[in-house]
Design a protein around this ligand. Structure first.
Ligand SMILES: [Zn+2]
Length: 164
């Protein structure tokens, strides 16, 4: 049986933290791994078209660009210092290559990092992600909490800590 499926009692179980992050980074639904998170660049789908997991209530907000700036600045800053100290690189190359490399890395990482942030919120049961599709919650939809951590009684799992 697929490790994500516990169909005997609760339907599909919540995906573990690391796998949810990896699926989101690759643009895949953190719950099923087959549907897509984005419908176009940086635009999250309202729900997964494969498993029906609602994605519209994610709150990635400013975290993806913050993480991308943190990562790209450290990599590019290190490489600029390394080439400046170790090689005789012409100024025109420094002034043209590093801005282009910074822009390319930032744009290339932004969507994968946003997908991973959506996967993080899913794995932790944040916001609306406390409710799983297809028989996940025991409580009716009207009783789900709008904010705060996952309702343990509703999901019957330990987000991020289960065997997944
Ligand atoms: Zn899905």
């Amino acid at each position: 049986m697929h490790p994500d499926l516990d169909a005997t009692r609760h339907g599909p179980a919540r995906t573990g933290l690391i796998r949810a992050l990896a699926r989101g980074f690759l643009g895949r639904c953190p719950h099923c791994g087959t549907g897509k998170v984005f419908r176009r660049f940086l635009k999250v789908r309202p729900e997964c078209d494969a498993c029906g997991l609602a994605l519209h209530h994610h709150r990635a907000d400013d975290l993806p660009p913050y993480l991308v700036i943190f990562l790209v600045a450290h990599v590019v800053g290190y490489l600029i210092l390394e080439t400046e100290m170790g090689y005789d690189v012409p100024l025109w190359f420094q002034l043209s290559f590093w801005p282009a490399a910074t822009l390319g890395m930032a744009l290339g990482l932004l969507q994968p990092v946003k997908g991973a942030v959506v996967g993080l919120q899913y794995a932790l049961g944040m916001h609306g992600f406390a409710t799983l599709p297809s028989g996940g919650p025991a409580a009716p939809r009207g009783e789900e909490p709008r904010l705060g951590p996952a309702d343990e009684r509703a999901t019957d799992t330990h987000p991020g800590l289960g065997p997944a």
